[in-house]
Design a protein. Structure first.
Lengths: 388, 341
């Protein structure tokens, strides 16, 4: 057993840090905080030029030929350094599905743009009434000659307002239910009949509601077989659950420690000298270590072909939420200040973490869905959700 | 980077899993509650040369490191093996590091049980974790590390206690001789305590894993309101959080072993994390698993109560986990500045 960090991780981290130093200006960071776009087009092209949009793809396919660990190190470093990674990161889920199940023509038309950082694809899964029950999908698609006609509504389509395509889940067989009768379409977002409305989140992210009214989509933009959309989507969904959310708990632990070292407590002494603060910070670093180790193991087992169930996807975000609340308790009043305040400590990160953390136990698969999967897969407990 | 056990390590685990499955049955665990040890199991344990694991062969040991010992402790924990493992292994390794070949020989053969007094308060003030069964103790008083021989006439009946531990006090006037003192004594004692942290954590991981197994199996066969209770999410979902924590605790134990064996700077901090996290996880695992048994879990007849009692006893026999978080804080953030309050 050996937990030594391989030398190439250090060099990948160094390359990413060099990229950040050169390209991620304060303006880039503040622009993302103000817009909540989740993507910076110019920066994404620069990532693409290095093969970093699709880091695990072979170099000849536009990737960087990295393994799972190396890619995780790269993306963690970029994200922590202020590169908006939601756009390019999300794009890779449909890109992987297209690569696995798309037609040759579609692959040739779409994937080079994706790896170059030119083409962005958002996810059109969730509907207002759906939530975690993705396959309750009611958005309809109907074949008409060489086209499909799409009608319906999606919500939480993050960065739709800046993306080129939406990877859209549609119900193509009227009267079908659940995972049957679905078709995946790659819908150009400049098509007539699409209306995108902003939804602002308390985490300062922008997401969207997208309306589809008689939108015509060429059959050439179908991904996988008609009415077999479930298998196409499953590949992308599994990818999402297996992407370890990384070390957000480690990030907040570092920020909270910096806060405690630099800020006074209510009695004027440094927060870090208070045993009540020290105990909570110690718990934070302990849970961060666990979150990191579970994430590391996901990447490791993936290369080994073993599946421990989504324990990392459950523990990581849950520990992040706990830490974000504890950090706010420790920080007190000055932790409430937002990053635009001239006196804000640690760049407003206490406020930012507290605002963002709660969403992480929802968007990669809600904790409740993950818990059901874990007890079914690992303990063989009976399924609790009704079968359709 | 390699998170897998080696073939040899897997073999160690299998050997001890088989030994404890056979010789540490719930019935024998119950019987040993009044004596604090299953002597027949101790015999078998010595015969498979378990006592040399983690001790260099130069001193008559079987080589291997803390990780191999942790695998043994985990399997022992799974079956609640009523034999002393953590403090005795830490004491043996300490004797090895001090080059005390003569003191070590009867330990490795299983003739002498030598344990560790884990507090640095005066020996007479301590309730000793292996006090009823140990032939000698290594004790540190803040200055000197001593080898303390069991006083004559010391009763070998443990004080009745929650975890079936061999708890006893020793006479203050026990005979002893000096092993080392000063900085070396302090450093060696600290290293021994980290061994205890990791080995107690490993045992608690094994305990927790079996508790989850017992509890979750019960929820598949116990019906209420017309379906297995495992179908109710309120019953099932806590197991998911516990399994996540359990995987994490196991990884922490492994990483702590690797870091201590490789003398990494972060080893002591990781050992503390492993102890705290395993202690909390074992409590949650056994608590929920007992709870899902309903009233039956509370009866002596069911095994889960054996796990529930030891989950707490095995942890607090070393330390209050929250107090240990303050140790972790010292190790990760530097010592607390005093005088602020």
């Amino acid at each position: 057993m050996d937990f030594t960090e391989p030398a190439n991780w250090r060099s990948i981290r160094a390359q990413a840090e060099e990229f950040i130093a050169e390209h991620v200006t304060r303006r880039v960071i503040e622009n993302e905080r103000r817009t909540g776009d989740g993507v910076d087009r110019v920066l994404t092209r620069k990532l693409g030029a290095r093969g970093w949009v699709a880091p695990t793809w072979p170099v000849e396919d536009g990737g960087a030929g990295l393994d799972q660990f190396e890619a995780a190190v790269l993306l963690d470093t970029l994200r922590n350094g202020g590169v908006p990674t939601i756009g390019p990161g999300t794009t890779m889920l449909p890109a992987n599905a297209i690569k696995a199940t798309g037609s040759d023509e579609l692959k040739g038309r779409i994937l080079p743009g994706v790896t170059a950082g030119e083409t962005l694809i958002c996810l059109g899964y969730t509907e207002p009434a759906g939530g975690s029950d993705v396959f309750a999908c009611a958005t309809r698609s109907e074949r008409d000659g060489d086209d499909w006609i799409v009608n319906g509504q999606k919500i939480f389509t993050t960065f739709a307002h800046v993306a080129d395509y939406c990877f859209l889940l549609t119900r193509s067989q009227p009267g079908s239910a659940g995972t049957r009768g679905l078709t995946m379409l790659l819908v150009p977002l400049d098509s007539p009949g699409i209306e995108i409305r902003a939804v602002r989140t308390m985490g300062h992210e922008r997401t969207n509601v997208v309306f589809y009214n008689d939108v015509r989509v060429a059959d050439a933009n179908r991904i996988g077989e008609a009415h077999q959309g479930f298998s196409v989507m499953r590949a992308a969904l599994e990818a999402e659950q297996n992407v370890a959310p990384g070390s957000r708990t480690t990030r907040i632990a570092a920020h909270a420690l910096e806060f405690a070292r630099t800020q006074p407590g209510p009695d004027g002494a440094p927060l870090i000298s208070d045993p009540l603060v020290r105990e909570r910070l110690a718990r934070m670093v302990m849970e961060a270590e666990v979150a990191d180790l579970l994430g590391l193991r996901v990447a490791f087992l993936d290369t080994e072909g073993e599946k421990p169930g989504p324990v990392s996807a459950l523990f990581g975000p849950e520990s992040y939420v706990r830490a974000s609340a504890a950090a706010m308790d420790i920080a007190g009043m000055s932790g409430l200040l937002d990053w635009t305040d001239p006196e804000v400590p640690v760049d407003g990160s206490m406020d930012a973490h507290y605002r963002s953390a709660v969403a992480t136990t929802i968007y990669g698969g809600s904790s409740e869905v993950l818990r059901s999967l874990i007890v079914e897969n690992r303990l063989g407990l009976p399924r609790s959700r009704p079968r359709r | 980077m390699d998170l897998r056990l080696s073939d040899e390590q897997r073999a160690v685990r299998e050997t001890f899993a088989a030994l404890f499955r056979k010789e540490s049955t719930p019935q024998r665990v119950r019987i040993a509650e009044s004596t604090g040890i299953d002597k027949a199991l101790w015999q078998s344990y010595s015969q498979v040369e378990a006592l040399g694991i983690g001790i260099p062969s130069d001193y008559g040991g079987a080589d291997g490191g803390l990780l191999e010992l942790a695998l043994v402790a985990e399997e022992a924990g799974r079956r609640l093996a009523p034999i002393p493992i953590a403090e005795t292994a830490a004491a043996a390794r300490l004797l090895g590091r001090l080059g005390e070949k003569e003191l070590l020989a009867p330990v490795l053969s299983g003739t002498n049980i030598v344990s560790l007094a884990t507090r640095s308060t005066p020996l007479g003030d301590q309730l000793l974790v292996d006090g009823a069964i140990a032939d000698a103790l290594l004790a540190f008083d803040g200055k000197c590390l001593r080898y303390v021989t069991r006083p004559d006439g010391q009763p070998n009946i443990p004080r009745r206690n929650l975890g079936g531990l061999a708890l006893a006090r020793w006479d203050v006037h026990a005979k002893s001789h000096l092993l080392t003192d000063g900085q070396q004594a302090r450093a060696q004692f600290a290293a021994a305590l980290d061994d205890v942290r990791v080995l107690r954590a490993a045992a608690l991981v094994g305990l927790a894993e079996e508790a989850v197994y017992i509890g979750s199996e019960y929820t598949k066969v116990r019906n209420a309101f017309g379906q297995p209770i495992g179908m109710y999410q309120a019953v099932a979902h806590p197991f998911a959080d516990i399994l996540s924590a359990l995987d994490g605790a196991k990884l922490l134990v492994h990483k702590a072993c690797w870091a201590l064996d490789a003398e990494q700077d972060d080893g002591p901090a990781l050992a503390t994390m492993a102890f705290v996290f395993a202690a909390e996880t074992a409590y949650q695992a056994s608590q929920h698993s007992l709870h899902v048994h309903g009233g039956y879990g509370f009866t002596e007849e069911y095994d889960i109560q054996l796990y529930y009692r030891r989950a707490k006893a095995w942890a607090v026999a070393f330390a209050d986990p929250r107090r240990e978080l303050l140790v972790l804080a010292d190790r990760r953030f530097g010592p607390a500045l005093t005088g602020g309050h």
